[in-house]
Design a protein around this ligand. Structure first.
Ligand code: SF4
Length: 63
């Protein structure tokens, strides 16, 4: 699984709270970033949850 975050991110950091192993907030760009590629298997389900919950639909998953 590969994950990217688009510029639609509104910076509420919900994904950071759900899975800090994968998502981190970039204070310079004012968006969240993905820290790991590929996503470790044991984190795939929580990453899918983060994408589902993202109010900006900014988390793009490639399986
Ligand atoms: S949940 Fe979505 S909008 Fe919120 S910080 Fe993460 S990518 Fe950005």
């Amino acid at each position: 699984m590969k994950v990217t975050i688009t510029k639609q991110c509104m910076g509420d950091r919900n994904c950071n709270d759900l899975c800090p192993e994968v998502f981190a907030y970039d204070e310079d760009d004012l968006l969240s970033k993905v820290k790991v590629d590929p996503i470790p298997g044991h984190l795939e389900n929580i990453v899918r949850q983060a994408a589902d919950e993202c109010g900006a639909d900014a988390i793009i998953i490639e399986e």
